[in-house]
Unconditional design. Structure first.
Length: 239
């Protein structure tokens, strides 16, 4: 049985998450702080760690760095949980080697899929998800993101993004007006697209992002490459 170590203080979100993970036939251990976590890790390493960013004795990112330093290649996969108010930590955690981030309040369906993927288990069915839709003409390439840009949707988009995906004759608009969640793989694809679009850096737009999503994109540096606008109409007016 795979083991998941969850490092977080008790709260309603946490109780729902622990219940959902145990329903997946996982062995789940919950500790409250970094000190307790290291006590557990020195006895045995779990198959996955999920840690809160704001722990009582240090941050989740600091804990991730320590785990990587101590256990090196044996360090378990790490997922960071963080609230919108500290969403900048998501980008820091990913740069330090976290495999994903779990926004708070926790979407239990997304959390169980994320954990299953990290453990190499069958992904719980959430029903069909619409992949990013592409609208293209001679002037603009528009990518309409789904409500949940999960790992599978991001990989579908990543397979399309290459040096031939964009050209200097048209702009690119990322439509996020209906997007509530972007997995770290989706963040990676947006960075990939920005890299492939360096020659049209003045024509890259992110349209309609919610305040929550915009803050996450800003925290991971994406708004350095994309111009945020309220609507496609505003973006088209600047092309």
């Amino acid at each position: 049985m795979a083991e998941v170590l969850v490092i977080s203080n008790e709260n309603r979100d946490l109780n729902l998450l622990l219940t959902a993970l145990r329903a997946q036939a996982l062995e789940v251990c919950n500790v409250k702080n970094a000190k307790e976590a290291f006590r557990h890790l020195r006895i045995r390493l779990p198959d996955l760690i999920i840690a809160e960013q704001e722990l009582e004795d240090e941050t989740g990112v600091e804990l991730l760095k320590q785990i990587k330093d101590v256990f090196r290649e044996e360090a378990p996969p790490f997922i960071l949980m963080c609230h919108l108010s500290v969403s900048h930590a998501a980008g820091l955690a990913i740069r330090e080697g976290a495999i994903n981030y779990l926004p708070r309040p926790v979407d239990i369906r997304e959390a169980t899929r994320m954990v299953a993927r990290a453990l190499g288990q069958a992904i719980p069915d959430r029903g069909p998800e619409t992949p990013p839709a592409i609208e293209s003409d001679s002037d603009v390439l528009i990518l309409h993101f789904p409500s949940h840009l999960d790992y599978e949707s991001a990989m579908h988009l990543s397979s399309l993004v290459n040096s031939d995906f964009v050209d200097s004759k048209r702009g690119v608009i990322i439509d996020l007006k209906g997007t509530a969640y972007i997995a770290s793989a989706g963040i990676g694809v947006l960075h990939q697209l920005a890299y492939e679009s360096q020659h049209i850096s003045d024509k890259l737009f992110i349209s309609g992002a919610s305040e929550r999503i915009a803050k996450i994109l800003e925290s991971v540096g994406l708004l350095h490459f994309y111009k945020p606008v309220a609507s496609e109409t505003e973006a088209l007016a600047q092309l």
